[in-house]
Design a protein around this ligand. Structure first.
Ligand SMILES: [Zn+2]
Length: 199
């Protein structure tokens, strides 16, 4: 493999879900594209990287220096939907059935990997709820995996001491082992509608 191809495939294969074979195919695909396409792609990656940041409140992304569209006053302030990753919030948002707030944990509890409660945004969740009396329900939408369920149980225990808060878990319309990010929007929509109260 020539060095320039090796360098590019090494970078592309570091993308989530992309292996060496796919990275090589993408490299050859890029080789066949016009200069304009490549310039647009490079500019778009740079713009995204330089002008998008994580919202300190909800943890989803927003334009740098601008108000977060998922935290503003048009959203239903009585609901907070807790997800593992920013991409999960986008998938739920695309279902069109949810208009409340989000809280991204940036991961889930995984003691075997050394990820404890302090490593993800659990304290921020509790602080947000305590600081915002209009919140009446917390919808836990962590993945239906062992870690996702353990995280949901932790949140349930942790928030029990807060009075007048309903805690629900999205219905398990999703197959065990699947990920919210890749789920069909109809399944997501169904899961939000059929959520069950656990407290
Ligand atoms: Zn936000």
């Amino acid at each position: 493999m020539i060095p320039l191809l090796r360098e590019l495939t090494a970078l592309i294969s570091s993308f989530p879900g992309i292996g060496q074979k796919s990275a090589t195919r993408i490299s050859f695909y890029l080789l066949r594209q016009s200069d304009q396409y490549i310039n647009n792609l490079v500019d778009s990656i740079k713009n995204f990287h330089n002008n998008v940041e994580f919202c300190l409140n909800c943890g989803v992304i927003k334009s740098t220096g601008k108000e977060c569209s998922l935290c503003n006053s048009t959203r239903d302030q009585s609901l907070i939907c807790v997800v593992e990753q920013p991409s999960d919030a986008f998938t739920i948002e695309n279902s069109g059935d949810y208009h409340g707030l989000y809280h991204v944990l940036m991961g889930c509890l995984s003691p075997l990997d050394g990820i404890g409660p302090e490593s993800i945004r659990l304290q921020e969740l509790k602080s947000r709820i305590l600081a915002n009396p209009s919140v009446i329900e917390v919808i836990i939408a962590t993945n239906p995996s062992i870690e996702g369920n353990a995280t949901a149980n932790y949140i349930f225990e942790d928030l029990q001491e807060i009075p007048n808060i309903k805690i629900s878990r999205i219905a398990m319309g999703l197959a065990i082992g699947s990920q919210i990010e890749f789920a069909d929007s109809k399944i997501i929509s169904q899961s939000i509608k059929n959520r069950t109260q656990i407290f």
